[in-house]
Design a protein around this ligand. Structure first.
Ligand code: ADE
Length: 225
């Protein structure tokens, strides 16, 4: 997979790609991530990429021309399966979307900043808009990093233990059951006996019950899906 990210702050978004599973996925060649600084496509020598909004109102708007220049260059080099815009006024990211995107070849992500982008960018280039939740961040960079993390760990082969991603919360519309490790008792707090029993049929049944009950209490809407 190849992911291209267009941003006004490449430095802000780079570090999540330099650690742990994501770093390993990049080093092993499962994914290539390329950052493109929108300022490199600025209108003038002052580095202009934004302007005030028509009709009045607070906040600067990213202009279409620099984004068009950057996107057109990338789109001429390869075909993208999705051109994604990170924005709070969009459907919320969920595991299903991450699963689908993890199977794509090329993804282009545009991150907004300031007030957002000129609507014509969205109309002309964007095939999918994604929010990471009902709150507003200073920019889409952190949201894009969240999206990439959710996608990259799902690319077949990235996680050493193949079953690991499949047992994550949400994979079967259930939250993950409680997990424990050594010691089996700490300060009077005991690990449930069933987990020490060695009876894997019973353990599976217990985990499923726990996951179901937890989902019913914390996120009952998942059970309707
Ligand atoms: N940009 C600003 N807030 C955001 C959010 N909640 N999700 C995605 N992109 C954003």
């Amino acid at each position: 997979m190849r992911i291209d990210i267009i941003t006004v702050s490449p430095e802000l978004i780079k570090s999540p790609f330099e650690y742990s599973i994501i770093k390993r996925a990049i080093n092993k060649g499962f994914v290539e991530v390329h950052f493109h600084n929108l300022r490199d496509y600025a209108l003038n020598k002052y580095g202009q990429i934004d302007d005030m909004q028509y009709g009045g109102g607070a906040g600067m708007v990213l202009m279409i021309e620099p984004i068009d220049k950057c996107m057109s260059k990338l789109l001429a080099e390869r075909t993208y399966d999705e051109v994604i815009y990170m924005t709070p006024d969009a459907p919320t990211l969920n595991q299903q979307t991450a699963n689908t995107l993890s199977l794509k070849e090329n993804i282009l992500i545009l991150t907004g900043h300031y007030k957002g982008v000129d609507q014509r960018v969205r109309d002309k280039f964007i095939t999918k808009e994604i929010s990471i939740g009902d709150y507003v961040l200073s920019g889409g960079e952190i949201a894009a990093a969240v999206l990439c993390d959710a996608i990259i760990r799902l690319i077949p082969g990235v996680l050493g233990d193949e079953t690991s991603a499949l047992t994550d919360s949400f994979q079967d519309n259930l939250l993950a059951p409680p997990i424990y490790t050594r010691p089996s008792e700490y300060d009077g707090l005991k690990v449930p006996d069933v987990l020490l029993s060695g009876n894997f049929k019973k353990i599976d049944a217990w985990r499923h019950d726990q996951a179901y009950n937890k989902t019913q209490i914390l996120k009952p809407d998942l059970l309707d899906e």
